[in-house]
Design a protein around this ligand. Structure first.
Ligand SMILES: [Zn+2]
Length: 320
């Protein structure tokens, strides 16, 4: 009886800590401590750092990264980490404010700084909420250029980001530089082979237009493969009630392009995709932006490469 009690006590002490320390999802138990703000950063970090680090995913799985607010524990974690990997851009203004308030400079890799960032685009037919794009009346000069944040959706960008993470780790921990560089080389090899597969599939299919009955956080992907696109909302828009005009426009485009499928993204309510499919008879398919995943997916070992390979199969189904 006493033994059972001890076992239960140990469980109750240990369980809340495994995989989840202070709201942060943790992977690995190496000596270096890496904090990543979003899922792609987290996944690239563990691919490169391997057994040499513990990597913590700051924005809780399954939650909206654009409205994230750090807890006191998150702040401590960032203050004490060996490397911070963040995305940059509008959604991480909270991080800039926090870092400014810290005395010591935290070594970090900003994903948006590793690649050629693209300006945010409002495409024909997109439904934009008033507050999102400021007061257009204010004129050009007051309108600050906003860059699209979803840089990781191009596999080539993912390779550039991984290289930057590897270089940073090599300088922080030179003794294990060979380890990081060889892991990085292998990982980038897989990313570039994925890139080649996308390229040959999409070129073979005559560079089809992708229609998203949803938000559009995959601009870097379509840009990489020279695809045209239409979408209901910009990349980071809040989920809004679809307007009849947006739906009608996308239905018109589906017919005009003779597209066999419309896409929705992860965590979508798929309402608009359903309406369009019902009207046009086309298929609805998930295109995963790798923006965020659920806790269950993390526990099952979800990866950027796995999700993107899934997207490759989806595109084969749509256009192959
Ligand atoms: Zn976003």
């Amino acid at each position: 009886m006493k033994r059972l009690f001890t076992v239960l006590l140990i469980f109750s002490l240990v369980l809340p800590l495994s995989g989840c320390k202070g709201g942060c999802y943790e992977s690995g138990d190496g000596p270096l401590s890496i904090v990543a703000t979003v899922f792609p950063a987290f996944d690239f970090a563990r691919e490169i750092a391997g057994e040499q680090a513990s990597v913590c995913l700051l924005v809780p799985p399954g939650s909206e990264s654009h409205s994230f607010e750090p807890t006191a524990q998150d702040i401590l974690r960032i203050q004490n980490c060996d490397l911070l990997i963040c995305n940059g851009g509008e959604s991480e203004v909270w991080l800039e404010d926090m870092l400014e308030g810290m005395e010591a400079e935290i070594p970090r890799v900003v994903m948006m700084d590793c690649v050629q960032a693209l300006e945010e685009e409002v495409k024909e037919g997109m439904q934009v909420l008033e507050h999102e794009h400021g007061d257009e009346e204010a004129g050009e000069h007051d309108h600050e250029t906003e860059y699209d944040e979803h840089v990781w959706t191009s596999p080539r960008n993912a390779a550039l980001i991984s290289e930057a993470i590897s270089q940073r780790l090599c300088s922080i921990d030179p003794e294990n530089a060979w380890y990081y560089s060889s892991r990085c080389e292998a990982y980038c090899g897989s990313l570039l082979s994925l890139d080649g597969d996308f390229r040959s599939l999409l070129q073979g299919a005559g560079q089809p237009t992708m229609i998203f009955a949803d938000r559009f956080p995959v601009r870097y992907f379509v840009e990489e493969y020279g695809l045209d696109y239409y979408a209901a909302y910009p990349g980071c828009a809040e989920q809004a009630e679809p307007s009849a005009r947006t739906v009608a426009f996308l239905i018109y485009k589906v017919r005009q392009e003779h597209t066999p499928a419309v896409f929705y993204i992860e965590f979508s309510n798929q309402k608009m995709a359903d309406v369009i499919c019902e009207d046009t008879g086309c298929k609805k398919l998930l295109f995963h932006s790798c923006h965020n995943v659920t806790r269950q997916q993390l526990e099952e070992g979800v990866s950027y490469l796995g999700l993107m390979r899934g997207n490759l199969e989806t595109l084969k189904e749509a256009f192959g």
